[in-house]
Each structure stands twice: as structure tokens, then as C-alpha cells.
Design a protein around this ligand. Structure first.
Ligand code: F6R
Ligand code: MG
Ligand code: MG
Length: 378
């Protein structure tokens, strides 16, 4: 079976009327660069997607992860899109392109990347998760539910290829270190780390069934740490392989029925509930949110993404836009209830993140301004 690398590289390079949605001309620019990449043999196939103001490039190729030609193609695509955004004076034009010039790899330059290499199974269903107004550790809770919680994934009990569990690669985004933790035996150790979403993020998940290999990957670049100052958020993406010895599509989606509180909403400084939405419904419209999650399903065969149409014909729903379905309306209503509830706290905790997690703050200046007015407390 064919070995393929799937690269999901994303960036926010400008949007219309706030941090809302990229302009269609930006997608046109991206498409023409990526088509050139197919023609010149850098990539085999691609599709584009978006969640809120972030553009995702989903590319297939045979060059492995962190390949400089593939990353340069993604960089060039975002540069062209940023040019379009600049021409229109759109908001935040080019914001995630932190370097003047490309140097080898997009990691550390601003865009986020989730990449995996695997040997195609007989049928290779993939789900891409795209999030806006939150950060990579937002995936800690749903991914641990999907791959380590038998109350979510019955497959962990009754599918013999999943029964031994999965191995999690966890990164410490502050110390730039990583650790492997095997579940179910290491489940409590895993949760001891990944419950701290300020520091630890799940990066990869591996099947213990050697014939399967990689199961999931998350983009874990932390933009604020890369730049040393706030330049926009690291809205994350993830790729998950589904079915046949891996969690079923339905097991992957079920955790999102809980609108879990995630960090990074509005000015990167608030908690808010994950709001599952269709791609076209992912414009963050309430207090720049609530934080969005989009799930897209597609197939890869012989390195090609199957069934994409330039002009969708009736009956063509590729990729499958899972949260478009009306069964998620109930979750959306709940998420809005929680969103309105937490917003009523205004600038008070727990609506806002603790001081060290705020993406920016005026507190040091205020402290300085008022420093002489403090007296001994009674
Ligand atoms: C950006 C985001 C937004 C902005 C907010 C303020 O990803 O989440 O909530 O942080 O709109 O943006 P600026 O500071 O650009 O006016
Ligand atoms: Mg933005
Ligand atoms: Mg965004």
C-alpha cells in the first residue's frame, strides 16, 4: 500500500471586518500557488478549508514531514494570500507570517503544522479538526476522551486492534520537551499533565497495533512564545485517522457534544465553550467567538484526496462537514448558554485567564502609575 504524508498547515493572514473570515480572493491566491505545487510535483493533491479567520491547507505528498519544499509552498501560499489581504487593507494582513523570509520550515515562523506519514489502509478515512479562538491544548480533553476513554470509545473494549490502547506524545510547550505515555496503564499520569492546559499539549497519538502506526497529530506551535510577544493566537488544527482499528468517526465526534471550556477566546485572554460549527458557519460573531471547532471528513486513495469537486454538484458533500448536521443544534444552544453565562463575569475571573496567561495586559503600567498611592493595609 502507498505511503503518504498528509500535511495540514494553517495560518491567519488577514480577515474581513475583524478576526472573522478570510476574503475569497485570498483563497483564490492560495489555490493558484497550490495548483502550481501539484504541477511541479511538490505535492500530489490538496484542498483548502477554513475555520473563522484561519486558512488551512490540506496537502498530500510523498516527501515526509517537515519537508522544506512542501513547507515553502505553504509559506508562498500564505504570502500570496497576505498580499491580497494587504491590497484590500484587510484586518491583520500577514499577521501570522512572523519572518521576513522563509527558512527551511514553517515551524517557528508563525503558521501551525499538523503532519503525519502512514501507509494507506485499504480504506483511509481522515477527519481534520480546525479550531479558531483557542489554543492547541484545547484538544487535550477531546483527544483523551477519543483515544483513552472507553465510556466514549467502545472500540477500546470490543475492537481487538484497539484493546491494548494508544500511546500519547505530550509536549511541554514552555520547556520544549516531549514525553511518551502509554495508555490505559499510564492514563492517570497522562491526565496529571494534560489537565494543565497552560503548559502541556497532546502532539501525537500512536496505535499499539504496528500495522496502523500514527493515529492523530495536533499543531502545537505556540505563537505567543515563538514571537516572544503577542502577535495573534495559535488557533490549532488536528488530523485523525478513523475506523478499522481506530476510533470510528462517531467516536471521534462525540466528545464535542460537551461544550468544554477552552482558553484563548477574545484577545487570547478568555475562557469560552467550544462551539461546533459548519465551515460556513464558523464566523466568530459573539464576542469574537465562541471558540469554534469544525470537523471535515474525507478519504485518501493512492495519495489523492477523493471526490473533491471545484464546483460542488448536487449530492457532492465532500468533504463531509460533520457539524453542519442539525443534531449539533442542541450542543450549539448549550454552548451559547454557557458563553452568555461566562460573559456575564465581564473582566472578572474565571471569564478571563490568570494574569500570566493573558495575551496582553496593561497591568504593569497601571501598577507603575499607581505605585506611590499604596499604603500599609489596616
Ligand atoms: C484574534 C482574536 C480576537 C482579537 C480581538 C482584538 O485571533 O481572537 O479576539 O484578539 O479582536 O484584536 P486587535 O487587538 O487586533 O484589535
Ligand atoms: Mg485572527
Ligand atoms: Mg484565528
Amino acid at each position: 500500500m502507498k505511503k503518504v504524508t498528509l500535511s495540514l498547515i494553517k495560518a491567519d493572514v488577514g480577515s474581513v471586518a475583524g478576526h472573522t473570515a478570510p476574503h475569497p480572493r485570498m483563497f483564490q491566491a492560495v489555490h493558484s500557488v497550490l495548483k502550481g505545487g501539484v504541477k511541479s510535483g511538490v505535492i500530489e493533491d490538496f484542498m483548502t478549508a477554513r475555520c473563522g479567520d484561519d486558512i488551512s491547507l490540506i496537502m498530500t505528498h510523498d516527501k515526509g514531514e517537515n519537508n522544506s519544499a512542501v513547507h515553502k509552498l505553504a509559506w508562498d501560499s500564505f504570502m500570496e494570500a497576505a498580499e491580497e489581504a494587504k491590497k484590500m487593507h484587510l484586518y491583520g494582513a500577514g499577521q501570522d507570517l512572523l519572518a521576513e523570509a522563509f527558512s527551511g520550515n514553517v515551524r517557528g515562523l508563525g503558521p501551525g503544522a499538523a503532519e503525519m506519514t502512514f501507509e494507506e489502509r485499504k480504506s483511509e478515512p481522515i477527519i481534520a479538526l480546525l479550531a479558531d479562538k483557542t489554543e492547541p491544548s484545547a484538544f487535550n480533553l477531546p483527544l483523551s476522551r477519543i483515544f483513552a476513554d472507553p465510556y466514549t470509545t467502545t472500540g477500546l473494549i470490543i475492537d481487538k486492534r484497539m484493546h491494548d490502547g494508544f500511546i500519547f506524545d505530550v509536549v511541554d510547550v514552555k520547556a520544549h520537551k516531549k514525553i511518551k505515555i502509554s495508555t490505559p496503564e499510564g492514563l492517570h499520569d497522562l491526565l496529571a499533565f494534560i489537565g494543565d492546559i497552560t503548559r502541556y499539549a497532546i502532539k501525537r497519538i500512536w496505535s499499539k497495533d504496528k500495522s496502523i502506526g500514527i493515529a492523530a497529530v495536533v499543531s502545537t506551535e505556540k505563537l505567543s512564545l515563538i514571537a516572544g510577544k503577542y502577535v495573534g493566537k495559535d488557533d490549532p488544527v488536528a488530523l485523525i485517522r478513523a475506523q478499522s482499528g481506530l476510533p470510528a468517526a462517531g467516536e471521534i465526534l462525540q466528545p464535542f457534544a460537551f461544550p468544554a471550556m477552552v482558553s484563548g477566546w477574545m484577545r487570547g485572554s478568555h475562557w469560552g465553550p467550544f462551539y461546533p460549527s459548519a465551515q460556513d458557519d464558523s464566523n466568530p460573531t459573539f464576542f469574537d467567538g465562541p471558540p469554534r471547532i469544525v470537523a471535515l471528513g474525507f478519504h485518501i486513495r493512492d495519495g489523492k484526496i477523493q471526490g473533491l469537486e471545484e464546483k460542488p454538484e448536487p449530492g457532492n458533500h465532500i468533504p463531509v462537514d460533520y457539524f453542519k448536521d442539525s443534531s449539533w443544534d442542541y450542543v450549539r444552544r448549550q454552548a451559547m448558554e454557557y458563553a452568555i453565562y461566562i460573559r456575564r463575569h465581564g473582566p472578572f475571573m474565571p471569564a478571563i485567564l490568570p494574569p500570566e496567561e493573558l495575551e496582553y495586559t496593561t497591568l504593569p503600567e497601571i501598577q507603575k502609575k499607581l505605585q506611590d498611592r499604596w499604603e500599609e493595609a489596616d
